[in-house]
Design a protein around this ligand. Sequence first.
Ligand code: NAD
Length: 352
Amino acid sequence: MILVTGGAGFIGANFILDWLTQSDEVVINLDKLTYAGNLNNLSSLNNDDRHLFVHADINERDILEQVLQKHKPRAVLHFAAESHVDRSIHGPAAFIETNVNGTFSLLESVRAYWQALPEQEKNAFRFLHVSTDEVYGSLEANDPPFTETTAYAPNSPYSASKAASDHLVRAYHHTYGLPTLTTNCSNNYGPLHFPEKLIPLVITNARAGKVLPIYGDGSQVRDWLYVSDHCAAIRRVLEAGQPGATYNIGGWNEKTNLNVVHSICDLLDELQPKVAGNYRDQIRHVKDRPGHDKRYAIDARKIERELGWKPAESFETGLRKTVSWYLDNDAWTAQVLSGEYQNWVALQYHVQ
Ligand code: NAD
């Protein structure tokens, strides 16, 4: 049995769905169901007793302790987080509460549970912390990509809170010997992605005939990884990663934001052409995000060399799958776009 936190969100849900196609090992999914958590992501598991859902906050130590004692997982995979950089600029407190305090409370509960395990189970236990490349800060155009030894230099409240959580995880390994694993991954994209993030936002806005907003000139560079490749990397790290180690995960797909938006528009022109004109006509440049990092790039050679992981999808194949998924899943998008998302759209509008 494994315990996943944040399994109703984008990557966590993809991870659980992937996991249960490859294994019958039961997953306990502990999630607070914030605006980003959506049990519809897991509706295909409604009658599947390999998925147990616990509605809780990772700050609720009593619930965490009960869940650990009752189910005795062999591993905890920690996805739960506040994850959107723009939201962290408007309201950083929630990021400290979940990403820093929440990770601390989870580590404390897990440490107590782990320390009481019999020796053999104690050695086999793993705490896998899912983190981001944004902790390394921003690169100039000619800098080499981030490696596992690049110094941390987070620039947004989001990345600072993730950096703090990475440091806590590191400290729990060095201080208490907790067998931790940390992964730092680049930008993910794929099915079930909440449409506040660039790729799903552009797909849904384009199809609704709305403006496609590009921050500044769109020259910011990000590395992109298809979400199922990230899930496969996490499974591999859980299986064979060295306790205490960190692994960078990336797709070797550096793209400017403008380039990503153009690729989406061109795919939509092919798969769902407009009656008149093309989707690129909807692009508008808007005021840049404060402190916007210029470039992220990941050197993923360590996980490739030591654990034999490589991404299966290129950006072109992954993006085609993603756009097709959104074209086939209007009901999912409609449900997500109602509710809390509208408050966020209103806030953004107000702030600009
Ligand atoms: P997401 O925002 O889609 O999902 C986060 C999930 O965590 C939601 O289900 C939410 O309900 C849950 N959650 C939030 N606060 C909680 C709390 N206090 N207690 C319990 N559950 C809580 O995020 P995502 O994009 O799926 O990211 C998952 C993890 O991967 C995060 O840790 C993120 O930092 C990391 N990551 C994301 C990316 C990316 O491109 N999305 C890249 C690298 C790393």
